[in-house]
Design a protein around this ligand. Structure first.
Ligand SMILES: [Zn+2]
Length: 390
């Protein structure tokens, strides 16, 4: 039986309440904030972290106090409170100097999809203390792909005097049977792919060095700003450049991810990537290299690739990448890595180190057997250069 892959994505819409509805929404935000405040007080004083317990000690009280409000706001206030408390506790365990969570002005309300809102394209019906209100919103181009998706729990968000719906969409995709694997090795300057199918092997090096140069350039810029400016001006400049850097790096990485997604779909292969904790542990060099690698958005690339392959019905796999850049893919011998070329002292095989790593990652899956034919194509990888708009 094929299994089901669940896709989940959030899409933002600006809702356009009229003057009367704005008042209702403001009242709703205020009361909801109060509910969460009271829940949080109880959670902290009694040390509660279970939803059942919190419900027992507070539901009736809030129900009486906020009797005009649909009762499900209390349910979602409880959920939201526990999320706030749990993230506080996680931080507290990591480092002790975290102040207790406080809620002054909550700017997001968790909505229950079966009781508090009904999503129609262009119209949001919301249950409130003054009955149901219908809020119009614009349907933008990006949201078109969600037409046949299901709407799940979402959030109503307030930003200044504007209101937004962050709608969560869900879709079930039937898992497809793949015909092979693609090992993906993510590095600073390149993303290397080893496509292994029963009938063919293909190596691809995607040059993403543009992303590295952008990061290097902005790192220098930021350092200069930090030295030469101060106060408000410094903060403004840093924010401006950090936004620009992110956009430009993202552009390159998104292009690369799209390219990888196309390879996955074309070849009908299962993507195999390293478990991320390994990447960080593997790299313990000097400080500047550390800085460079830690700012590398491994996670974002992995997430994009995983998501896009799931859209195709191909489930991504993650493997522990022990020794992937040291093992000889031909004879299995361990070799000390040395520069960008992998050389095997036993069988004399040599090739680009990152392509070897990608190949080894692919072979971590039992369904992938080494093929003699691979060695032949190995020295002629396809090279793709990915650049932003400039
Ligand atoms: Zn060898």
């Amino acid at each position: 039986m094929p299994s089901i892959l669940l896709l989940r994505e959030t899409c933002k819409f600006r809702v356009k309440p009229d003057a009367k509805q704005v008042i209702i929404l403001e009242e709703l935000f205020n009361s909801y904030t109060e509910m969460v405040k009271e829940c949080l007080k109880r959670v902290i004083s009694l040390g509660i972290s279970s939803r059942k317990r919190l419900h027992e000690v507070i539901y009736k009280e809030l129900r009486v106090k906020y009797s005009a409000y649909p009762s499900h706001y209390i349910y979602t206030a409880i959920t939201q409170t526990l999320a706030i408390f749990k993230s506080y506790r996680r931080l507290y365990r990591k480092k002790k100097s975290v102040s207790l969570p406080r809620v002054e002005n909550l700017n997001s309300i968790l909505l229950d999809d079966t009781h508090l809102f009904w999503f129609n394209w262009g119209r949001l019906k919301l249950a409130t203390h003054r009955g149901n209100v219908v809020l119009p919103f614009d349907v933008h181009v990006h949201s078109k792909k969600f037409r046949d998706w299901q709407v799940k729990g979402s959030r109503l968000v307030r930003k200044g005097s504007d209101f937004f719906l962050h709608a969560t969409f869900k879709k079930a995709v039937e898992e497809r049977k793949s015909e092979g694997v693609v090992g993906i090795d993510i590095n600073e300057k390149s993303i290397d792919l080893a496509v292994v199918r029963p009938d063919k092997v293909r190596f691809i090096k995607i040059d993403v060095s543009e992303a590295k140069y952008i990061r290097d350039r902005y790192f220098k810029k930021r350092r200069r700003i930090q030295r030469k400016t101060s106060g408000q001006k410094k903060a403004e400049l840093l924010a401006k450049y950090s936004g620009r850097e992110k956009r430009r790096v993202n552009e390159v990485l998104q292009k690369a991810s799209r390219f990888i997604a196309n390879v996955i779909a074309e070849e009908n292969v299962t993507p195999v990537m390293e478990v991320l904790t390994n990447i960080r542990e593997r790299i313990r060099c000097n400080r500047s290299l550390n800085r460079r690698l830690h700012s590398l958005p491994f996670r974002r690339i992995q997430f994009c690739v995983s998501y896009k392959s799931m859209e195709q019905g191909l489930k991504p796999e993650h493997v522990k990448a022990n020794n992937t850049s040291r093992t000889c893919p031909i004879c299995g011998e361990f070799n000390k890595p040395n520069g960008h070329v992998f050389k095997c002292k036993k069988c004399r095989f040599y090739a680009d180190r990152h392509l070897v790593a990608a190949w080894n990652i692919a072979m971590k899956l039992p369904m992938c057997r080494p093929l003699p034919l691979a060695a032949k194509v190995f020295n002629e990888p396809q090279v793709i250069e990915v650049r932003g708009k400039g």
